[in-house]
Design a binder for this molecule. Sequence first.
Ligand code: 13P
Length: 252
Amino acid sequence: MRRKIVAGNWKMNKNVIDAQQLMAELKDYKNNTTTNCEVWIAPPSIYLMMAKDLYENDEVGVFSQDMSEHESGAYTGEISAGMLESIEATGSIIGHSERRQYHGETDSHCNKKVKLALEHGLIPIYCNGETLEQRKSGQHLDVVKNQTEVALFTLSAEEIKKVVIAYEPVWAIGTGETATPEQAQEIHAHIRQLIAGKYGQEVADEVSILYGGSVKPDNAVEIFSQPDIDGGLIGGAALNKNDFAKIIEAFN
Ligand code: 13P
């Protein structure tokens, strides 16, 4: 059975008071609700320890939004896989399109980060997805194939089973424009086929693939009901407990 996941990527939002409040609301929600999926959050790294302290029973998985490709050393501003391991973080988002766009991150960087995360017992949420131009020119399947192969296909079968993939079409992020369930399903099935081609169907059937890009309470049910979509990586709608909870409840 593939794990079903709703993960919130808070990006660069919320001051400490607001972060603490949302974390507490989610704890309360998780403790009083039976959810049919795992609930993860990726707050800004300055709040990770606070989240770990609050979720003492691991009610909510705690992820960083990025991590360094290096073990340690003179890399000002970075946080390492070892640091995340030491606070018992659940994992890290890797290769988000905003990291690619604003920080020049490539799939070979992502490959190093994914491996390092796994070495430190962290779950990598590896993000991929095409731009609008790439989709318009019919390159989307090839782009996602290349991203998946370069970043992930040096892993062993045992390793790739631990990776969560998030397909996030760049044109759907923060734009209010969502991929149709059919468009998303096409790419998710494509990614799964690529994994099956390399590692076998049994391995491919164990990898959770999330969709990200303007998932909202009113479209989550339709998106999550697609056969190869195992949940969502949520941006804007994860900043509000009620919206996030409604998305979680799309699995009910
Ligand atoms: P939005 O849900 O705000 O479109 O963001 C998606 C995303 O980038 C999650 O990582």
